[in-house]
Design a protein around this ligand. Sequence first.
Ligand SMILES: [Zn+2]
Ligand SMILES: [Zn+2]
Length: 189
Amino acid sequence: MSLPSLETILSYLTIVAAALGALLAALWLSLIIWALRDMRLRSRDPFAQLLAALLVAVLPIFGVFIYLILRPPQTLAELYERALEEEALLQAIEERSTCPGCSRTVQANWLVCPYCHTRLKKVCPDCNSLMELNWNLCPYCGNQHIDPYKADSPASATAVYLATAVAPDPLAADAAEPAPLADAEESGQ
Ligand SMILES: [Zn+2]
Ligand SMILES: [Zn+2]
């Protein structure tokens, strides 16, 4: 049994120190890259990104803490999400409809304003869905024969039906009448 010589111990120590140094250098470098990436998520300013990386590079451990304290609290994605939420909220407020007659807030499914009796919506005679007054086509069942302002009452709805039912007859009669004449002319010639 012989004790390892001083040289061998020293060489082992050198190897261990080198490995430790390499690990620390890798850690330092990855922290710089992390700071750069993290700042890139939080700011589009290239100067701010460079400053974050430089801070972590110059002050290896404390720089990370300083960066964590000073960095913008929200990422750009979070800011974008919040902006979208605010926009949706604003739209919901805008969509709360008001009566064109008295400007009071009305429900979306009201037919008539209860305060000033202004007509707000009409009902599709086919499927009874609520429609805007200026629509002349029902988006729920595709009914196209709706008079914008008369289709709301059943009586006028039947009138519209009668009109559409009667309308083709004269046309058919007109179309049918010349035919025998043409036949007669043809047969006459
Ligand atoms: Zn009203
Ligand atoms: Zn309909």
